[in-house]
Design a protein around this ligand. Structure first.
Ligand code: NAG
Ligand code: FE2
Length: 441
């Protein structure tokens, strides 16, 4: 045979065999320009919801005497309102943080652009408050870090017109090197100063030093979430409501057994959910309960055993988790099997951190697993109305977002599962009153 023809045939075979996406290697941690301390401008600005119609503006200054106030208004340059806040700082080994300011602004109009400035100096920032009604769009990615892949993920999130970003843990990958929290804050400022970033903690936020440093010091100081506003006594678990969605953030690294504070708070919070007001119920935590990847397999089975009956009784629509550096979506599941009144579990720990991908999935794919792929990427959850949401997962295919998984999710409100839920929750509150304990549902 003609040699050229053989080469051509071989090439055709090769290209069709490699038409599959080639899994990329981890990318290096980004280089950040060195900045002298003592800059007078606010840095690392990010915002988060702080109760109904309020937003917490978090920002850092090197100057410890910097005043903690934020001026804001609905036209650029015209700051008609001013709110004062609080500030904190922390030391960690040889590191001393700047002044971390938390200023809650509001009441704010829904779905409205505000212009704001921190501490009377520095640049003006622009935010948009979330809508009060459907539709609402969330972007989602866990295990972000601060590498070249993180930059790609953030770029794609920025291209999606969204109302809020949800992060199921493992944020900066500072891993004890506290200045990395600062570089991360700078990296995400363009997005995080414009839309609320609602986060929960992962194992990389713990940063405990036995007998010397308690856990979550940097996380709690820098990423204050609306826990007081939601009746929680810990920044490590809380809830909030936005546009017909009740979202609960849980902690995978804080006690979760049935005698724990977190468990009691979760029960109380679930009892408050009114599905007429918030037809959608979504929960986030770091370590997934439904995971067929070899990485972190079964790691939080005890948390699942303790809390899944509660989430199931409350008819949670969607759980978003991270930790595993890959993507996986389940069917509606409960207690290890598909169940029409169960929860869709999505693992999305694929933000692009320096540890790279978790490529090995278990074979065969479990019955409950609907889709799985080891790639970096992000998710987009567009809740269209009380009954329909469109979920899309986009991989960072050579730096272009490519939608690899997509599905319409119908809420449990529309499924007939809710009548049974009310019965369960009735028994559930009976238990709560009678014995302050829930064992069976
Ligand atoms: C909700 O959205 C879905 C998908 O767009 C649509 O088919 C359905 O009719 C909508 N429901 C209502 C009550 O508008
Ligand atoms: Fe993790």
């Amino acid at each position: 045979m003609d040699q050229k023809l053989v080469v051509a045939i071989v090439l055709v075979i090769l290209t069709s065999a490699t038409a599959d996406y080639v899994r990329p290697k981890p990318r290096k941690t980004l280089d950040f320009p060195w900045k002298p301390r003592g800059l007078s401008q606010p840095q690392q600005v990010h915002i988060s919801l702080a109760g109904e119609k309020h937003m917490r503006i978090t920002w850092i200054t090197d100057d410890v005497n910097y005043p903690s106030f934020v001026e804001y208004g609905t036209s650029p340059g015209k700051h008609t309102s001013l709110n004062r806040g609080e500030s904190t700082s922390y030391s960690y080994l040889f590191y001393s943080s700047g002044m971390i300011h938390h200023t809650v602004i509001g009441p704010l109009e829904d779905d409205t652009v505000y212009f704001y400035r921190c501490g009377g100096k520095g640049p003006e920032f622009k935010l948009k408050t979330p809508p009060s009604k459907f539709p609402i769009t969330f972007t989602v990615a866990g295990d972000l870090g601060q590498t070249g892949w993180t930059a790609s993920t953030l770029d794609h999130i920025g291209r999606c017109s969204h109302d809020m970003f949800l992060l199921p843990g493992d944020i900066s990958y500072a891993d004890y090197q506290q200045h990395r929290w600062d570089t991360f804050g700078e990296l995400v400022q363009p997005l995080a100063s414009a839309r609320p970033w609602m986060v929960t903690e992962g194992n990389h936020e713990i940063e405990i030093i036995p007998f010397f440093k308690a856990g979550f010091q940097a996380y709690n100081a820098r990423w204050k979430m609306p826990f007081e506003e939601s009746g929680s006594n810990s920044n490590l678990y809380y809830s909030f409501e936005v546009a017909g969605v009740h979202i609960i953030m849980l902690g995978s690294y804080v006690d979760y057994d049935e005698y724990s504070d977190q468990y009691s708070w979760l029960k109380a919070d679930l009892l408050k959910v009114d599905r007429n007001k918030t037809p959608w119920l979504i929960v986030l935590f770091h370590a997934p309960w439904y995971n067929s990847n070899k990485a972190h397999h079964g790691e939080r089975d005890d948390m699942k055993a303790a809390m899944e009956p509660l989430l199931h009784a409350a008819r949670v629509d969607i759980v978003l988790a991270g930790h595993v550096h890959a993507y996986e979506r389940s069917k509606r599941v409960n207690n290890g099997r598909s169940d029409p009144c169960g929860t869709v579990h999505i693992t999305i720990g694929d933000g692009g951190n320096r540890e790279g991908l978790a490529r090995k999935f278990k074979d065969p794919q479990p019955e409950w697993s609907a889709f799985r792929e080891a790639s970096f990427g992000h998710g987009e959850l567009n809740i269209v109305n009380a009954t329909h949401a469109f979920w899309g997962w986009h991989r960072n295919d050579d730096d272009e977002p490519v939608r690899s998984d997509q599905v319409w999710i119908t809420s449990l409100v529309s499924s007939g599962c809710l009548a049974e839920r009310n019965m369960n929750l009735g028994r559930f509150s009976w238990h709560l009153r009678k014995e302050n304990l829930l064992t069976t549902l």
